[in-house]
Design a protein around this ligand. Structure first.
Ligand SMILES: [Zn+2]
Length: 77
């Protein structure tokens, strides 16, 4: 699940990063670079639902993967 860091003061959002820890690193850099190390009001770290696979997408990906494996098994048999 990707995460994003959002700063309401700057009205900006980080690129999605792979882990919550990486999002905290983004926050640390943003605070230092844009706010002189101060903590801006209204900042947040949240799962990036927009870039995550939803349950239907995940099931579809698994189904397609199974079909590819079945086809490859049939071809090589
Ligand atoms: Zn900011």
């Amino acid at each position: 699940m990707p995460y994003i860091y959002r700063c309401e003061q700057c009205r900006s959002t980080s690129e999605p990063v792979a882990t919550r820890r990486a999002a905290r690193s983004e926050r640390r850099w943003h605070r230092a670079r844009e706010h002189g190390g101060m903590i801006p009001d209204g900042e947040s770290i949240a799962p990036d639902d927009h870039n995550a696979l939803d349950t239907g997408g995940l099931l579809l990906a698994i189904l397609i993967g199974c079909l590819i494996v079945a086809a490859l098994t049939r071809i090589t048999a």
